[in-house]
Write a protein that binds this ligand. Structure first.
Ligand code: DNO
Length: 356
């Protein structure tokens, strides 16, 4: 297992690489080149520039989160072939500089969504929260702006401003797309790129849908054990895997996370795990919490144990933290609470390892 930390380049992060280097046990970062428009090829020179910064700080850059998928691929438009071909070139360029794992998502229109990026918790910290009714009351424009207004001036992954103008139209487009039709679009994508992931030995990890249920009528296809099984069967190689996000899958209490981990990690299909906790206030409402089991609804001990019992040897990152100790930064991605989370998770890891 390698413990890594998400970090955004180009000055777009309140957390510095030397801060990350000082977190015990963290050996690398998951990063991206978010300034490159979605669908364009990532030039090797630009990848190397970021890699040099990271390695000069004594950290590894083996994981990319994310190489985003152009909406035309998700929509299944004829122009997808060009974007897929660009994607494959980016994979090749990433492979050549030593990338081992690429995380992506196949959520239509928008990546993750929250109704509040800084909900006050009783201890004086703030955390991101999701209220289903509140989300459904928003039109796409207001929703995008409320996300950006809460972002503390940092970019929000998946909420790039250039996407906003098309958002309402895109949501409309998907109204007539069934889950099965949408699944065909990821199938087409996977069949096109996976032979290259196999050749380059890159673990290709799809992030689960966040939240794991449909909103605005958008089709969701990676949100529980059966949908993950269906997805994995598209290409049987171990390079076709899941970025197993406990917070997003765990938002649906029907998901038995330790069992899902046992099934998918034992088959070698979880190269990357995002570990965080959530506390439900109703079946569809929740707020994010500190990573400890006692702070939320997820049993992090059982989650870590399931990973270890299944022989997991991929990357873990502590996912979204709260904002604590007066820190300001990108919501969910401050330094302090994620560093606490990383230590807690490594403590669990050591304990379970030594007990087994
Ligand atoms: C949000 C993240 C997502 C995730 C992407 C992966 O905080 O979990 O933006 O990185 O869905 O492609």
């Amino acid at each position: 297992m390698k413990m890594i930390f998400r970090w955004f380049p180009n000055g777009d992060d309140s957390v510095q690489l030397h801060h990350i280097k000082q977190i015990p046990g963290v050996t690398g970062v998951a990063t991206a080149l978010p300034h490159i428009p979605v669908g364009d090829v990532w030039p090797t020179g630009q990848i190397l520039a970021v890699r040099d910064q990271i390695t000069s700080a004594g950290l590894e850059m083996e994981v990319i989160e994310s190489v985003n998928i152009h909406e035309d691929i998700k929509k299944g438009l004829p122009s997808r072939d060009l974007y897929i071909s660009n994607y494959i070139t980016t994979m090749k360029n990433l492979h050549e500089v030593g990338i081992r794992c690429i995380c992506y998502n196949f959520m239509p229109v928008m990546d993750w969504i929250r109704s509040d990026l800084a909900e006050p918790l009783p201890d004086g910290s703030t955390a991101m929260s999701y209220r289903h009714d509140k989300i459904l009351m928003l039109d796409p424009h207001t929703m995008a702006h409320s996300m950006i207004n809460g972002s503390n001036q940092f970019s929000l992954p998946g909420w790039e401003p250039e996407r906003f103008s098309a958002m309402a139209e895109d949501i409309e487009f998907y109204r007539n797309v069934s889950v099965d039709e949408y699944f065909e679009n990821i199938a087409y994508f996977i069949r096109s790129v996976m032979p290259f992931a196999d050749e380059y030995e890159i673990d290709f990890a799809v992030h689960s849908d966040d939240p794991p249920w449909p909103i605005f009528g958008l089709p969701k296809i990676i949100n529980n054990a059966s949908s993950i099984r269906r997805f994995l069967s598209l290409h049987p190689s171990k390079h076709n895997g899941i970025a197993f996000c406990t917070g997003s899958l765990g938002a649906d209490s029907a998901n038995d996370l330790p069992n899902m981990i046992r099934e998918f990690a034992s088959a070698g299909r979880i190269p990357f795990a995002h570990l965080r906790n959530v506390k439900h206030t109703s079946p569809t409402d929740f707020h994010e919490t500190a990573h400890l089991s006692g702070c939320g609804d997820l049993d992090m001990f059982e989650i870590v144990k399931a990973l270890i019992d299944s022989g997991f040897d991929g990357y873990i990152r502590p996912d979204h933290g709260r904002m604590i100790w007066d820190e300001t930064g990108r919501p969910g991605y401050g330094l302090y609470d994620r560093a606490l989370g990383s230590n807690y998770l490594q403590g669990l890891w050591e304990a379970v390892k030594k007990m087994s």
